[in-house]
Design a protein around this ligand. Sequence first.
Ligand SMILES: [Fe+2]
Length: 202
Amino acid sequence: MARLSYPKAGELNAGLEELVLSRVGDGRKDFGYKTESAGDLASWGDPGLEELTRWVGRMAGQLVEKLLGVSLAEAYLRSREREGEGGRAPVVGVVARRSWASVYRNGDRHEPHFHPNTAWSAIYYAAAPGPCELDLLDPRHFVDYFDAGISLAGEEQRVRLVCAPGDLVLIPGWLRHAVPTFQDEGVRISLSWNLNYMARSG
Ligand SMILES: [Fe+2]
């Protein structure tokens, strides 16, 4: 996973709260535990959001390259070879298949979940009166039911990230995560992208 700060957060976040609240006001996606915007952030026609989305994709791509030690194109070709398929050097990028805004009000939360068919889940914190908490859950199967009595590394089954507006978190799509109960009279606003790889021949 990675956590980083958006260099242009100051100017972007200033107008983001009002923009997001205007998009979630119709109540169509009020789940009871939080409210989401409909549709795709890209369709909002906001240049600042579009620039942020491109940056998020670039950062995810760089993270993969750092983790693997090769370029995305090389990683893609190696993956194809493992599948017994050849091909020429493609252009590979990370793109958002779906993106949305989430608004949490006092008492809201999001229970543990993951994002199916998603290479990377990206979460950007746009506004909050205080810290933005995100719990990452231990991916080991059934670990919740295991208590050895002695913890070797002091490990927890949850790791709580404490973020702030302007932070971006990138986690694998399979990693379960949760938002603990938000307790404040203000609003906590985050943006999310489901990222996947896109390859085309160069
Ligand atoms: Fe999520």
